[in-house]
Design a protein around this ligand. Structure first.
Ligand code: NAP
Length: 309
């Protein structure tokens, strides 16, 4: 049986790994289908303390991984589908294996949200609809694209796409961006980024080959319907927490976020089970706050394990 199993290799999980490894707990990190978490799909991270010149998101996660490995963290790929926290041995159940641990740190992060409109699913991936400009932006060199959303992610995606694309229509359902002022100002000042206000995307339109050729939008103020030509459709409308395996076992709120105990940010209702990062935090959702929660969860786990012996 493991001392501690950490679920996820984003900022929260790898920080928890660094701390528990340095505490000689020999942690096992279970890595899911997005190694390195959301930061690996971002471009430049400008607000992580200690990097005055910014750092590439992938490089930051690679550094965290190396730091965790240096102190003895082990990593294993697996997909946890359900858990059994009813006894002193915590069980994490995947299709082929049951992992057992004394303590568990859940840092499963969040996944990009989709609109659920016609054409979106059909053209997701190689046919024009995507949630990651860093991954797919270069495929749309000299083409017109749209970005859907009004938050920091949408602005960041739009700004990144200016490197490749000829025009980026930033479609937002209101007439004011949700993004931080610095990001909003930067996006709106860019000559290639054209805001499309008060508009919702109703359909992704396909060409004869089944690839995206544009979007159908509806102006929610005037009721006017129109089309915007686009080869790439970048969805940036927020995220859903990855908490399905914990349904019915731990407290989740109506949006699926894990709810910590009132006197702690990382303790769950089950002793020895902690939660950190975007699967529990719907307020701050920053790389540095996720890392901070990973540290808190690791220290809590370490102290709790010490009490058990
Ligand atoms: P977010 O802040 O939740 O913004 C989501 C955006 O999508 C909002 O503008 C929202 O519109 C829109 N939206 C949501 N559902 C929609 C729907 N069904 N149809 C149309 N539009 C919809 O998410 P985020 O931009 O991914 O950011 C998440 C967190 O990460 C934030 O805390 C952000 O500050 C942080 N972040 C930081 C950076 C950075 O600092 N470099 C970069 C990326 C993200 P409304 O505004 O109308 O609600």
């Amino acid at each position: 049986m493991e001392n501690v199993i950490i679920l996820g290799t984003g900022c929260a999980g790898l920080t928890a790994a660094i701390y528990t490894a340095r505490a000689n707990l020999n942690p096992l990190v279970i890595e899911g289908n997005q190694p390195g978490g959301q930061l690996t799909t971002t471009s430049e991270v400008e607000n992580f303390p200690g990097f005055p010149g910014g750092i590439d998101g992938f490089a930051l996660m690679d550094n965290l991984r190396k730091q965790a490995t240096k102190f003895g963290t082990r990593t294993q790929f697996d997909t946890i589908e359900s858990v059994d926290f009813s006894g002193p041995v915590k069980k994490l159940i995947s299709p082929n294996h049951i992992h057992e641990a004394k303590a568990v740190i859940i840092s499963t992060g969040a996944s990009p949200r989709l609109l659920g409109i016609p054409g979106e699913k059909e053209m997701f991936g190689g046919k024009g609809v995507t949630t990651c400009a860093t991954c797919d932006g270069a495929f749309y060199r000299d083409m017109e694209v749209v970005v859907v959303g009004g938050g920091d992610s949408a602005c960041e995606e739009a700004l990144f796409l200016t490197r490749f694309c000829s025009k980026i229509s930033l479609i937002h359902r209101r007439d004011e961006l949700r993004a931080s002022q610095i990001m909003a100002r930067r996006a709106l000042a860019h000559e290639k980024i054209v805001p499309v206000w008060n508009s919702v995307v109703e359909e992704v339109l396909a060409d004869d080959e089944g690839k995206a050729r544009g979007v159908a939008i509806n102006n929610v103020v005037t009721g006017e319907c129109s089309e915007i030509p686009a080869h790439g459709v970048f969805m940036a409308i927020g995220h859903n927490p990855n908490t399905k395996p914990f349904q019915g076992v731990l407290n989740l709120d109506s949006n699926g976020y894990l709810v910590p105990e009132t006197n702690s940010m990382v303790r769950t209702s089950i002793p020895g089970v902690y939660a950190a990062g975007d699967c529990v935090d719907h307020v701050y959702r920053q790389a540095i706050t996720a890392a901070g929660m990973g540290c808190q969860a690791a220290i809590e786990a370490e102290r709790w394990l010490a009490e058990q012996t």
